[in-house]
Every structure is written in C-alpha cells, then in structure tokens.
Write a protein that binds this ligand. Sequence first.
Ligand SMILES: Cc1cc2nc3c(=O)[nH]c(=O)nc-3n(C[C@H](O)[C@H](O)[C@H](O)COP(=O)(O)OP(=O)(O)OC[C@H]3O[C@@H](n4cnc5c(N)ncnc54)[C@H](O)[C@@H]3O)c2cc1C
Length: 511
Amino acid sequence: MKPYWWWTQEQKDFYDEVGEFMKSVAKEEAKARYTREWPYKIFEEIGKRGYIGAAVPKEYGGLGLGCTGSVMLAEQMFKYCPGIGYMTVGNMNGGLRQILENGTEEQKAKFLPKIASGEPGAVAITEVTAGTDTMGIALRAEKKDGGYVLNGRKRFIVGAGIAKNYFIYAVTSTDPEMVKKRKHLSAFMVCKDEVEGIVTERINEILGFEYIQNGSLIFDNVEIPEFCRIGNEGDGFKIMMQGLNYERTNIAGQIVGMQEMLLNYTVPYAQRRIQFGKPTMDISQNQDKVSHMIARLKFVRDATYVTAKQWDLDENITVDASVIKGYGIQFLLQSANEATQLMGGDGVNNFYPIKNIFEIAKTNHIAGGTIEACDLTIFRQQIKNYPEDFVWPRRVIDKEVGLPVVDYSPVEKKVACTAENMLNVLAEDYKINQGLHMTIADLQDYIEGTDEEIVAVIKELAASGDALVHANRKTGEPVMVRATYDGLSKAHPNEYYQWWPQHIAKDSNRF
Ligand SMILES: Cc1cc2nc3c(=O)[nH]c(=O)nc-3n(C[C@H](O)[C@H](O)[C@H](O)COP(=O)(O)OP(=O)(O)OC[C@H]3O[C@@H](n4cnc5c(N)ncnc54)[C@H](O)[C@@H]3O)c2cc1C
C-alpha cells in the first residue's frame, strides 16, 4: 500500500522491511494454524529484529519510530500473519505507552528495553467482576514491608502463561470516596521471573484464536517491590485509559492489515473462478463487494495513520482511537462477510485465511474494549472536550419566506430579566422550536441576567403556571424551561403563533 507523505524515510524502510520479513515467515505461521502450536521461533526472531520496539524511544533500546511505527508493524503483521500480531499488538504495546508516560527514569530504563527486545508481555485488566466496567476490578494490592502483595484473579488475558511481563491494574484503596473519584486503582508492571505466585488458571478456546493463548491468571500472594508501581497510587484508571487508547490505535492497524489480506485473496480468486462461462469477478454484484471492501480499507487506513501521527505530535486522540477501533472493526466484519460470500465454499473453508479473518473480526468486536465501550468513549469524550462542536445557532422566523432560518448574528438588544420578558422570549422560541425547552444559556442570548437571576424568574413563572421546568435530578434546581399553554396564551393571542411558508399562504384552499 502507498506510503503517506509524512512518513520519514526510516519509517518507510521499516514498513517495507517488516512486510518482507512477514512474507518470509508466513509459511511457518500458516502451519501453526493447523498444529495450533505457539510459533516461538518466529516470535523470537521478531524480538531479535527489534520490531516490537518500534515505538520505544531509541535511548531505551527501541527503534524510535513512534506510534506510526507500531501501527506499521500491526498492519504488516496482520496482512501476512494475523495470529502473530496478536501477541505483539494486543499486549506488550499495550503496556508501553503507560510506562512511557508515567514511569520514572529508572522504571523506563528497566522495563522499556524488555519490551523493545520482544519479551512476551500481557496487559491484565479484565476480571470476573470487571469487564466493560473496569471499575469493578477486585484484585488487591496491599501494602506490606515497603512493597505490595497482590491477591486476586484476571481473565481473558492474551498471552496468559506465555508472557514474562504483566502490566496489571489492582485495587489500592477501598475508601468509598476514592472509589467514587475513580482513584482506587493503581498500575503495576510485574516481571514473572522475579516473583512467586503468578499461576495460569485456564486457557480459553476463542473464536479466531488458532494458536494464541488467552486465559485466566491467579495472583496468589505475589510480593512485589514498590518500584513496580507505575505512576502514583490511585492513578490506575487514568493510566488504563492511556493504554487503551494506544491499544485501540494499534488494533486499528491490525484491521488495516486484515482488510488488505481480504483483498489479496478475494480479487485474484474471483479472477480465476469461472462460472456461467466467465470469471466471477465479471459479475457486477461481486464487483460491488470488492469496491465496498476497497472503500472501507481506505477509510480505516487513512484515519488510522492520521491518528498515529496525532499520537506522535502528542495530541489528544481519545475519541479518534475509539472511532478507528470501534468503527474499523465493524468495517472489517462487513468486508470479511463480503469476502467469504465472494469466495463461496472456499470462503468458509479453513484452507484459505478468509474464514479466520471473519472470525477475528467478530472476536475483536469484544477484545480491546467492545464496540459499545468505544461508542461510550466517543460520545462522552467528544461532548466533554469539544463543546464548541455542539453549539447550535439561533434561528428566527424570516419575514420574507415565513420560515425559521438560521441567524448567526447576536441579538441586537437584550431585555431585562423580568417574568414578562422571559415569557415573551419563551413564546418566541415556541414559534421556532415548538417541542423544545430553553436552557439558561439560551435565555441569556436574549435576557440580561446572571444564572441566579434567570433561575429566580424561571421559578416565578413555574409558580404561576406559565412555565414548565426541567430540573437537575440531583439538586432539584431548574436547568431548562418552556412556556405552558397558559403561558403562551398569556404572552400573546393565538394569531401571534400562526406562521406558514409563503408558498402555502398563496393557496387559500388550504385554510
Ligand atoms: C479475544 C479476547 C482477548 C482479550 N484480551 C484481553 C487482554 O489481553 N487483557 C484484558 O485485560 N482483557 C482482555 N479481554 C477482555 C475484554 O477486554 C473484555 O471481554 C471486554 O472488555 C468486555 O468485557 P466482558 O467480556 O466482561 O463483557 P461485559 O462487560 O459483560 O459486556 C457484555 C455486553 O454488554 C455490553 N455493555 C456492558 N456495559 C455496557 C454499557 N455501559 N453500555 C453499553 N453496553 C454495555 C458490552 O458492550 C457487551 O456487548 C479480551 C477479550 C477477548 C474476547
């Protein structure tokens, strides 16, 4: 696929090199799908080549290629060998960002070279009581002799059993106030070889996971030094969100690679499959499927590399990461669905990789945060962080066309904050936004007054039965208001509220 204009020469070379390497091991990887054995040799070679350190800064033994580099790695791995990518992208990359942003110099010096050298790792968030609701984490980290003792369990962990390093989240406070403030969790990096008591509880059989281990872990009195805590006590939730944003960006890289693989198989296949005396690629329905697949790939690839670049520029990508993961994965499942259809019986046969991508696409609707969790992040964060994107303009009834039209100019003269004036404003708004309440800020576009003054008059109108109030559930204070029918009648006679478009006014039969 084409390089983007902002890629450095080093990044372009890396992209090409990883692609060539993945092609060279693709045969071994494909065999592992049948034997279902974890291909240690390939993973070790990837580690030796330093690829997993793509995003680790050079001073810590990495390649210093930023998030762009790790997304490149994800794309190229999943384009040729989807399974292998799971261990690198889903896991240790998931711990990298947390340490980079929150670790001390000593912690970075110890842990980042491990990641860069390809030591298998895992990120352990999920528990029986903590799925989408990560606040339900119950694994305890209790202070003891200047360190911590970990007790509890984790589940659904990619790399369980194989991983040498676990980036985990645990409870360090049970104070209800801290829980309410989401300050009860802390993050820890634990090297398995340096401690006792990390036990694999079970290994799952998961859709699309042919040789990747996913399982549950028991932490049984695991003693760790304070040095293992990343960030401050209570920072666990914040650190987890940083990690998930990074993981989602890299999952989007996987999605790009798998979309490419779908096209690499389906198009040549349909060019060679003859039905009704012609290649199935000549059938327009099949061409439509391919064009949909190309379009989805382009959307996701462009958005993913732009997000990666934003990471590298230190911009806030919380919403972007959830968009590219949450929607990218739905695109991938749609494309995998069309690809399997396009290949008929061969599309659902283990002997082509299309079936596996179909399965991974479904599984990734859940892993890395469900599509619903991504939607929650998109909704909450975009509205919270970019309120200017959700400001609607004032509208007025235009005298010429007789219709409500947008008017960006400010109100020429605001009126004093009295019950009569407010009722008039509510009556005017009824003409334009018949079914809506007005917020206090909406009223302040027309009325001179502080929040408190406006609220006092709203209460006055409500008491006289001229206004209907929507109150804040917790405080009971008015936050929005509209005129009642009585209020409307008090403000103006019925004729005042009549309006219709001029083209209707011309036709007297309508009245
Ligand atoms: C293949 C795979 C790999 C994984 N790898 C890891 C890993 O390496 N490390 C790790 O820590 N975890 C991992 N997980 C766990 C994964 O992050 C969780 O499975 C996921 O967050 C969902 O949690 P749950 O399965 O408990 O579903 P639940 O949270 O029980 O959700 C069930 C359904 O309800 C929906 N739902 C829940 N709450 C809401 C809400 N508030 N609003 C709307 N919808 C909601 C969910 O979207 C989902 O559809 C992995 C999971 C899978 C399947």
